[in-house]
Write a protein that binds this ligand. Structure first.
Ligand code: NAP
Ligand code: GDD
Length: 341
């Protein structure tokens, strides 16, 4: 049985990757942060009582800012594969918390690579690199495109990207960068723009919300489905040699177009509900991301399966279901969907 260690298992990608690896028969070990509120909502459906001899998912408390513990965990678990997905992953927030983002998103990668080097375990390492690293570089962006990072988050990811390549060369560690373009899903965090839109539009449809405040509607992104993208992560660690790959759909759409389509699907006109709030603009913007994933198509035989329209349908349906539940509770007298008061 193969054993995998996943940082960021409680995040969007971590939850889809955990499902994928459990389905392939892996034993998985995830790093989770202690939190005063539950942060395992995305993986609760995968949890098995550890008294059950069939249980193959284990969670360990830890933090990417604490190196000694990462070393202990890798030493004890001795995973065949490490998927490093944990990060302060919000670009806008990285302008508010640049030092923290540099520490967790940049140095977090170094801490794991050092843990692998110092423990001497034989493992394969996946780094969640990002199309945000291309920043202001004109599209289409491929593995050959020079980076022009436009945010503290992107700068931290560029550091992590190069330290992965450095450890691969200097210490012969099997380490890969997956340069993933934006990928979304019903489990996307609610402050990323796609989910913010699907959540708000469905609530507006049911009369639970009046307006949706957004920032730059003209930014364009290459949006794919997270479930397709985690397959590419796994494929990267199944090759004979480590390498870096762009993973993208090869289509780009504006935030405006995304919002228009979502509202249209609900028979609403986005112009009546979307308002602009300067707070959501960034000190520096990434205008257009459009990935060229030819290398991954050829070498990994990877293809995205879910189209842009299918992704929108999937997210709208899931959020409509959530909004319906919320409305049912409110109609039954539970204020804001909870009995807080
Ligand atoms: P996400 O939903 O924001 O999840 C981030 C994960 O990192 C969560 O599990 C979070 O834990 C964990 N984390 C944050 N700070 C941590 C710390 N100090 N110590 C330990 N864990 C910590 O992100 P995602 O969308 O799944 O993305 C996964 C990775 O891919 C990230 O590295 C992201 O930067 C990168 N990426 C994402 C995309 C995309 O479009 N989704 C594209 C390219 C690259 P909590 O649940 O406790 O907060
Ligand atoms: N979040 C957010 N909220 N973004 C908005 C809003 C808003 O109200 N209004 C407009 N936008 C624009 C942003 O300015 C940006 O140009 C675009 O929508 C996408 O923003 P996000 O969904 O926050 O994603 P991102 O592209 O900045 O970052 C995501 O993708 C990266 C890969 O390219 C994150 O998942 C990163 O972790 C990831 O690396």
């Amino acid at each position: 049985m193969k054993r995998a260690f996943i940082t960021g298992i409680t995040g969007q990608d971590g939850s889809y990757l955990a499902e994928l690896l459990l389905g392939k028969g892996y034993e998985i070990h995830g790093l989770i942060r202690r939190s005063s509120t539950f942060n395992t909502g995305r993986i609760d459906h995968l949890y098995q009582d550890l008294h059950n001899p069939e249980a193959r998912m284990y969670l360990h408390y830890g933090d990417l800012s604490v190196s000694g513990q990462l070393m202990d965990l890798l030493h004890d678990i001795r995973p065949d594969e490490v998927y490093h997905l944990g990060a302060q992953s919000h670009v806008r927030v990285s302008f508010d918390m640049p030092e923290y983002t540099g520490d967790v998103t940049g140095l977090g990668t170094l801490r794991l690579l050092e843990a692998i080097r110092k423990t001497g375990i034989k493992t394969k390492f996946y780094q969640a690199s990002s199309s945000e690293m291309f920043g202001a570089a004109p599209p289409p962006q491929s593995e050959e495109t020079p980076f022009e990072p436009q945010s503290p988050y992107a700068a931290a990811k560029v550091y992590a990207y190069y330290i992965v390549r450095n450890y691969r060369k200097a210490y012969n560690i099997y380490a890969c960068n997956g340069i993933l373009f934006n990928h979304e899903a019903p489990r996307r965090g609610e402050t990323f723009v796609t989910r913010k839109i699907t959540r708000a539009a469905t609530r507006i449809k049911l009369g639970l919300q009046e307006k949706l405040y957004l920032g730059n509607l003209e930014a364009k992104r290459d949006w794919g489905f997270a479930g397709d993208f985690v397959e590419a992560m796994w494929l990267m660690l199944q090759q004979d040699e480590p390498d870096d790959f762009v993973i993208a759909t090869g289509e780009t759409h504006s935030v405006r177009e995304f919002a228009e389509k979502v509202f249209q699907k609900l028979d609403l006109d986005y112009k009546e509900y979307v308002a602009i709030d300067q707070r959501y603009f960034r000190p520096a913007e990434v205008d257009v991301l459009l990935g060229d994933a030819a290398k991954a198509r050829k070498k990994l035989k990877w293809e995205p399966k879910v189209s842009f329209d299918q992704l929108i349908n999937m997210m709208v349906e899931a959020d409509m279901e959530m909004a319906r539940k919320e409305k049912t509770l409110i109609d039954a007298g539970f204020e804001n969907g909870s009995n807080r008061g």
